[in-house]
Design a protein around this ligand. Structure first.
Ligand SMILES: [Zn+2]
Length: 309
């Protein structure tokens, strides 16, 4: 073992303890609707309650549903979607939803939710937002190997976002056919915005020679695939890398001319910082779970463009 990695090991331990203390989840409710009564569809004037797993999905539902819908986000901002467990109260509130839009990539929490929705409230329409998306394996580790586990971060690709929006439309049209035309118009307008976003990203990344990037948590695999980039994750199988793994990552970063390690607000940054220090680079935050999808993706792609040479 190389002596140079001892400071990395210390940082790693500090990082792990910070991580453990920082992931206790939210204290305030993220469920903004608890009428105690299921909204009646069509003509009642009450918005339809639609539950979604993640914030960007709430944006898609609101863009298509407009003032006819109210969203309930099951994974609160800042919580880790891979490990989050809802409280019984949250479950009760979300069960008022007429429709639940899942990510649909076999994430364990969604399976639990679908079962509970079905047992508590058989009237909820489950819409799989990944329907029609070509799913990829979750890439983990310094070798970039794809595991059998599906990569759930489908929304980080605007091309996939368009399919997710289409699936939301199909669901809303099914539970509220009276407003089908309204939903179709909203969908079309938003799909145009997503097309424009996709073109802007392609333009920004055009001509970049070095297309490797390093990221703590492997959220950007679909984004990378669509824009011909290569993602190198720091986190290995959902855990901080070992000192040995870190040393390998440092070598790999040097070899691939990586200067920046991307991190997201939901994950630890200590090992990312450790790698960045070793390569004389820096850690830059990008959030895959922001609600304002288009503004966030413009921002994220600006950051990618600035940091790829
Ligand atoms: Zn994730």
């Amino acid at each position: 073992m190389n002596l140079k990695i001892l400071p990395l090991l210390v940082l790693l331990i500090i990082g792990l303890s910070l991580f453990a203390s920082g992931c206790t989840g939210p204290s305030n409710s993220h469920i903004n609707e608890s009428t105690g009564q299921k909204a009646e569809v069509t003509g009642s004037g009450e918005p339809i309650i639609v539950a979604v797993s993640l914030l960007p999905q709430a944006e898609f539902v609101e863009k298509v549903g407009g003032d006819k819908v109210k969203t309930v986000v099951i994974i609160p901002p800042g919580a880790d979607p891979h490990t989050y467990e809802p409280s019984p109260r949250e479950l009760g509130e979300a069960s008022e939803a007429r429709m639940y839009v899942t990510v649909g990539t076999d994430m364990p929490f969604e399976k639990v939710w679908i079962d509970r929705f079905e047992s508590i409230n058989s009237g909820t329409l489950i819409v799989n937002s990944s329907n029609g998306i070509k799913l990829r394996g979750l890439v983990e580790g310094e070798n970039g190997k794809a595991h059998e586990e599906l990569d759930p971060h489908i929304w980080t690709s605007p091309v996939n976002a368009k399919i997710m929006v289409e699936n939301v439309y199909e669901g809303l049209a099914k539970i509220d056919p009276g407003n089908k035309t309204y939903y179709a118009q909203n969908r079309d307008a938003y799909l145009k915005e997503l097309d424009a976003l996709d073109s802007r990203i392609r333009e920004k990344l055009e001509g970049k020679k070095e297309r490797n990037f390093m990221v703590y948590h492997p959220s950007w695999g679909y984004f990378a695939a669509d824009y011909n980039l290569t993602m190198i994750p720091v986190e290995i199988e959902g855990k901080e890398p070992s000192a040995e793994d870190l040393a390998k990552l440092v070598d790999l970063a040097k070899e691939k001319h990586v200067k920046v390690i991307f991190v997201q607000p939901q994950s630890s940054t200590q090992s990312a910082k450790a790698v960045a220090e070793e390569i004389g680079g820096e850690v830059v935050a990008v959030d895959p779970l922001a609600k304002d999808y288009i503004a966030n993706m413009d921002n994220v792609s600006d950051i990618f463009a600035r940091n790829l040479v």
